[in-house]
Design a protein around this ligand. Structure first.
Ligand SMILES: C[S@@+](CC[C@H](N)C(=O)[O-])C[C@H]1O[C@@H](n2cnc3c(N)ncnc32)[C@H](O)[C@@H]1O
Length: 254
């Protein structure tokens, strides 16, 4: 399956949409918000670009991306005010895979612009936002054009199912699981690790070509406390999902 062509979160604003079910992701991003804001401020004070270019990689269709953009713009405007200087213009690229529901995010733009205007006597900041479809596992942007790269809750998605989990007959060796579970043989964890290394190296290589000298990057992704692969705070969610899928599949076979 070509993940790049088919993979996306559930679009729209309905009850089961990503938009209505992404508060956990927001909580994770909020926890490190001070780091994100500090990073963009540092970059701005060091290089003072007149046109500041931000990319959100894996923006999806929920409210988290625009809420973060608002925070970043507000932070830079505050710094500019402190210096009695005019704030830069902002170029914002919202990236996700091509089948992401960009329309839902675009529909939220008028509200963002209204909020950014609130309480400002001198008008709203100059902000130019565009959707940017494509995989972040490879080049997306021209050379040296990004000042601030942000990606939250997205880099745990690999570019493909690791080929190492299949045996010579092409069957999965992961004992029907869809993730690294307690039942998985060590080979499976190794296969996921190899795929992550390959994907993440390509991600970093691509971004290093795209970021300006002195630019900053903030990446927020799931981690775990110990060396055990299954010791993850969210493991129980995968367990529920895997069991539900297994029940569904067994019903089809009956
Ligand atoms: C869980 S959502 C996170 C959205 C948002 N950043 C947030 O924190 O709410 C992960 C997003 O990453 C996107 N994604 C996964 N692999 C990607 C890739 N290779 N290139 C670009 N986006 C990708 C998915 O389509 C999805 O919309």
């Amino acid at each position: 399956m070509d993940l790049e062509k088919v993979f996306h979160m559930k679009g729209g604003r309905g009850e089961t949409s990503y938009s209505e079910n992404s508060s956990l992701q927001k909580k994770a991003a909020d926890k490190v918000n001070h780091i994100t804001v500090e990073a963009i401020k540092e970059m701005f004070l060091e290089s003072k670009p007149m046109s500041l270019c931000i990319a959100d990689l894996g923006c999806s269709s929920g409210p988290n991306s625009l809420s973060n953009i608002k925070e970043l713009v507000n932070a830079i405007e505050r710094e500019s005010r402190k210096l009695f200087e005019r704030a830069p213009e902002f170029r914002v690229y919202l990236n996700d895979l091509p089948t992401n529901d960009f329309n839902t995010i675009f529909q939220a733009l008028p509200d963002l612009y209204r909020e950014l205007k609130k309480g400002r006597n001198h008008g709203s900041p100059s902000i130019y936002i565009a959707g940017y479809p494509g995989t972040f596992y490879g080049r997306l942007f021209p050379d040296k054009c990004l000042h601030f790269i942000y990606s939250s809750n997205s880099l745990h998605w690999l570019s493909r199912v690791p080929p190492g989990i299949y045996n010579e007959q092409g069957d999965s060796t992961n004992r029907k699981s869809i993730y690294i579970s307690e039942n998985s043989p060590p080979k499976v964890a190794q296969a996921y690790f190899e795929q992550f290394k390959q994907d993440f190296s390509l991600f970093l290589q691509s971004r290093s070509d795209e970021v300006v000298v002195g630019g900053r990057m903030v990446l927020i992704l799931l981690g775990r406390n110990g060396p055990n692969y299954v010791d993850r705070g969210t493991a129980f969610l995968w367990e529920i999902l895997y069991r539900s899928l297994a029940i569904l599949v067994s019903k089809v076979r009956c």
